[in-house]
Design a protein around this ligand. Structure first.
Ligand code: SF4
Length: 362
């Protein structure tokens, strides 16, 4: 089969209304290929990208972080849309409903804090509303059967389709030939013969198709762009939820989980910035928390949550001292500012025992 980005053998005549579809464009190669395939059938596509507030690259951009080479991290979905020469809309789904989904997933978590099945259902419900509003016939994604252990199993794909209300109208063009025909295929709006039968984790067929289509720029698969799939974020998330029977989570806490080094000392938690950018960012979260900083030497800003007792405050001060320029000094003065505005100072020996630190790390 030969397809190209500009091939637009239309499934409609000029007098008919164009066939329309909503495409989910994550920015990865699979979603790019899915868009190219559907557009190659002359279908009018509205590409959307859901902003969850948990995209690693987007958060780094917003925090002003740079790559090792000094460049600003690029938004992958925007780059993909530019390569496909099409417009793309961001749809912000961050907020209380999404946070509730993360903390109360009906279908549970993947390997870390990622409730991918529930998340997909939530996104597809939004996509369905757009489909109906825009008069589109179906929604499509770049999902590949069997590519991910839980969220892309055959039974899970069906659950997502059913629970989002898109039964028969959710097309996976890259794996369509291995799945039941959808309504647009049955109605002849979409030519099943020109869809594909990819499955599994191998990337070879996708790479070959990308070459055939002239798609040369696409991000390498690197474990996704979502904090919820990140191992250390997942540990911190589950540590927090284990201490909250009500499982509530504020938006600012999500950002905090993504920043700094985290340590658990009893009921209290210490968050130490890893660089100047994070020190600046952590200052935004001071209200309601203890702020900890070295006096007389440069060092990171740190925050403490909970009500640490005297011994815990000393221990935390020693950890904070370890990450500043006073780490080799015999003692460092650390200042604590409590949420009520009171302050105190601790003279501590910087913690130098790697194993002791690691035992507290979340
Ligand atoms: S990786 Fe993140 S954004 Fe993607 S489906 Fe899973 S939870 Fe949702």
């Amino acid at each position: 089969m030969t397809v190209s980005l500009t091939d637009s053998t239309s499934s409609t005549s000029t007098t008919q209304k164009p066939v329309r579809a909503i495409g989910l464009l994550s920015g990865g190669l699979d979603s790019m290929l899915a868009h190219a395939l559907i557009r190659s059938q002359g279908i009018e596509v509205r590409a959307i990208n859901f902003y969850t507030g948990l995209c690693i690259v987007e958060t780094q951009r917003r925090l002003g972080r740079r790559r090792r080479d000094g460049s600003i991290p690029a938004n992958e979905a925007l780059g993909a849309a530019a390569n496909l020469e099409m417009d793309m809309e961001f749809i912000d789904i961050s907020g209380p409903d999404y946070l509730h989904l993360i903390t109360h997933p009906r279908y549970g978590y993947g390997a870390n804090a990622n409730p991918c099945v529930d998340c997909r259902i939530f996104m597809f419900q939004k996509a369905k509303a757009l489909m109906e509003e825009w008069g589109a016939s179906f929604v499509f994604t770049g999902e590949v059967l069997g590519q991910r252990p839980k969220s892309q199993r055959r039974d899970t794909l069906r659950i997502v389709e059913r629970d989002s209300g898109l039964t028969g109208r959710l097309v996976r063009p890259l794996s369509a030939k291995l799945l039941e025909p959808t309504i647009p295929e049955i109605e002849g709006l979409l030519d099943r013969e020109r869809l594909l039968g990819f499955s599994g984790r191998t990337r070879g067929p996708q790479m070959a198709l990308a070459r055939e289509m002239g798609l040369t720029e696409f991000p390498q698969p690197a474990g996704g762009c979502c904090f919820l799939t990140d191992e250390s974020f997942g540990r911190r998330f589950h540590d927090l939820m284990a201490r909250r029977p009500e499982r509530n989570l504020a938006e600012e806490e999500v950002l905090l989980l993504a920043m700094g080094r985290h340590f658990r000392l009893g009921d209290s938690k210490l968050i130490v910035a890893r660089n100047e950018l994070e020190s600046g960012a952590l200052k935004r979260f001071e209200p309601g928390r203890h702020t900890i900083e070295a006096i007389g030497v440069n060092g990171p800003v740190a925050l403490a949550e909970g009500t640490p007792d005297e011994g815990t405050r000393c221990r935390m001060s020693a950890i904070v001292a370890r990450y500043g320029q006073g780490r080799t000094h015999a003692t460092v003065t650390i200042e604590w500012r409590a949420p009520d505005g009171s302050s105190e100072r601790h003279e501590v020996t910087p913690e130098r025992e790697e194993a002791a630190i690691e035992a507290l790390r979340i």
